[in-house]
Design a protein around this ligand. Structure first.
Ligand code: FES
Ligand SMILES: [Fe+2]
Length: 382
């Protein structure tokens, strides 16, 4: 069995490699851009970075979604900020060129005097592709793509029964972090089965990592693990919030796929989350996490949270690493996201050390990372 990695440390430290990844992967793939509820009315929009491109998705007058490059045709100024509501038109902040919601250039100040020969009909916004899949908005920087379903549907049999459009996002369950590490370190950490019982020994012990199942479906990673026996037995006392209605006993467990190249999902008995990975530079990656829960009143929310907290140590019996006498230490924070960020940043530092090279890899528990590297290597034609 092949147990070596297909990428070398250079893939995480070379600017040329990073630039080529942007071109061959992020500028040429379907990527998650937001949730359908982000764009509900004509003129609502979201933007997303895809390699060197910034793409806007906008709802037109008839309720149709359109995607354009967020780039003024005059001097290239970025037209829109990250998110916005009910734009009537798109006006460039620099010289007030104005585009309508279908991307046509409709007004240029002093047009006759300053641009007498410009045909405005040829200066519409550059188009991109957009689609909706499972309550999520997806974009492709290249216009005219219509293969979103074909790209993502093969993972459907490996996902949870959740219906994300029915669930509600609670603002304090979302986060945005800038991680000082290459995007692949962040993704590999998301897929790293080996670290679950070590780095997260007390933060993710409600799942049975030894019985996890995972593989690749095309370029996408799929993962499932059952609940730990003790957690399952006392689920009603331990579940941190209301149980997801579709998560009946036969489905219990965690479904944690990574949809190449830009988003992981985490579908559990209590929540549904997106984990969006946006490469900003060779060693800088933005991660946006948004979590949706079963609709519940704030009273139900606090009561269940309280019940879970007071029962946890009693039933699960595991000593928490949590220690608030050491401020700002990610390893004693009791927060698995902080543990992951810490591990990713420490790893990035090591990749730059000339002594480092990938050698032995875990036969089973790191086969996911080898699979991901194969997908990247294949796109990079190495
Ligand atoms: S750059 Fe947009 S109007 Fe000049
Ligand atoms: Fe982790």
């Amino acid at each position: 069995m092949e147990t070596t990695y297909s990428l070398k440390a250079e893939a995480y430290t070379s600017k040329e490699w990073f630039d080529r990844e942007m071109e061959l992967i992020f500028e040429n793939s379907w990527q998650y851009a937001g949730l359908v509820e982000d764009i509900q009315n004509p003129g609502d929009y979201v933007t997303v970075q895809c390699g060197r491109f910034n793409i806007m998705v906008l709802m037109g007058k008839e309720g149709e979604l359109r995607a354009f490059h967020n780039l003024c045709r005059h001097r290239g100024t970025q037209l829109l900020r990250a998110v916005g509501k009910r734009q009537k038109v798109i006006t460039c902040p620099y010289h007030d060129w104005m585009y309508d919601l279908s991307g046509e250039l409709i007004s240029v100040p002093e047009k006759e005097k300053e641009f007498p020969n410009m045909d405005m009909g040829k200066m519409c916004l550059h188009k991109a592709s957009v689609g909706v899949w499972r309550g999520m908005i997806w974009v492709h920087p290249v216009a005219g793509k219509n293969d979103l379903k074909a790209y993502l549907d093969p993972v459907l049999p490996y996902l949870g029964p959740h219906n994300p459009e029915r669930l509600i996002e609670y603002p304090d369950t979302s986060s945005e972090d800038i991680i000082q590490a290459n995007w692949k370190i962040v993704v590999e950490n998301y897929m790293d089965v080996y670290h679950l019982s070590h780095l997260h020994s007390t933060t993710l012990n409600m799942y049975d990592h030894a019985n996890s199942e995972f593989s690749f479906v095309g370029e996408h990673y799929v993962f499932y693990e059952p609940l730990a026996k003790k957690y399952e037995k006392h689920l009603a006392d331990l579940i941190p919030v209301k149980r997801i209605a579709e998560m009946t006993d036969e489905y219990l467990g965690a479904y944690v796929p990574y949809l190449f190249p830009s988003v992981g999902l985490s579908e559990t008995e209590s929540s549904w989350s997106v984990f969006q990975v946006i490469p900003l530079a060779l060693d800088k990656t933005k991660v946006v996490v948004r979590t949706k829960l079963e609709p519940m009143s704030s009273l139900e929310y606090t009561q269940q949270e309280k019940r879970s907290n007071s029962n946890w140590a009693k039933i699960m019996g595991s000593p928490q690493k949590y220690d608030d006498t050491i401020p700002n230490d990610p390893m004693t924070s009791g927060d698995f996201m902080k543990e992951d960020i810490f591990a990713c940043e420490q790893q990035q530092k090591g990749m730059q050390n000339p002594l480092f090279k990938f050698e032995h890899t875990a036969l089973r528990a790191e086969s996911s990372i080898r699979g991901f590297q194969d997908v990247v290597a294949n796109r990079m034609k190495v």
